[in-house]
Design a protein around this ligand. Sequence first.
Ligand code: F0G
Length: 361
Amino acid sequence: DAFSGSGVWRYAAALPFDDGVSLPEGATPLYYAPRLENDIGVRTLRIKHEGMNPTGSFKDRGMTVGVRVAQELGVERLVCASTGNTSAALAAYGARAGMETLVLLPAGKVAAGKVAQASLHGARILEVDGNFDDCLDIVRDLADRGEAYLLNSLNPFRLEGQKTIGHEILERHYRDEGRFPDRIVLPVGNAGNTSALYKTFRELVASGALTPEEVPKLTGVQAEGAAPIVEAIESDEPVRRWDEVETKATAIRIGNPVNAPKAVPGIRETNGTAVAVSDREITQAQRDLAGEGIGVEPASAASVAGLRKLRKQDIVQSDEDVVCLTTGHLLKDPDAAAVAGNDPEPVPNDTDAVLAHVSEE
Ligand code: F0G
């Protein structure tokens, strides 16, 4: 059947339908990262790599549900604003469902792999002279006017699918370690994932599957140049829209996190926190993960960079079981990977010369 193997539809009991438009998604690895675990200094460190989804990011989990709803409603045209990954996922799932898809992208600020995906899967790519938040403003207007069905994380059905990240982490961690993780650290942009995980925890507590004490601390990480949630958590004030945003982690280059009203209570009520990291710290974490064989895009590495920072500040303790969420695949942003990694070395077309070259210092 269409969805066998889907880690999302395995949890259909927690979802509004029994099946959906599936490629299939979910069932992503929860890696060990022993060198990083030792280096950062926590009891256990596991990496939930959402880059291993069909289009290379966690957005697929939301789209399998969201596009199913669009079919149910009989809408003709799908739309999203995106820093790239949402557009790649919507283009693929829209294509799978045979529906027309529009994506609005901030011109010049979307990584190459993501634009390539939206393009080849047949979305119309509308490049806006503005940032992601401007694109989302336009998409909301289009949806309000009934011109297209919105599939950003403002759409609650997207978040229903993304809840299954939480189910998979808890189930697998319990199976491997005999206990649930103390903390889940994740990159935050629009704060959809943070809201989705919080909903998973609330539902599991309400059903009796999880005690309130067992709920992991939700810990959000933003880039220093786009950190309105961190600002709100640190100041205990409402979230303020940042009009100017900048970071090499273009996926989370967001100044107006629309899910903040759902996510900020999740961070506070689980006794989590939020932290901002520099682009340099993000690049280092991307290298650290790559050194364990785990290839992620910059925004994803923010989770590990944030964990390292919070551990140094003793906000995260050495006896904690931590899961870091890595949200997108390395190949999403080949340019960032090339800058962070080794440079190619030109060598002569000759075996002896190649051997001489690699034997050099
Ligand atoms: N990591 C990656 C790789 C992302 O693409 C995004 C969001 C996030 C983290 C943040 O997740 O919004 O749930 O807090 N990308 C969106 C997009 C905005 O358009 O692809 P969030």
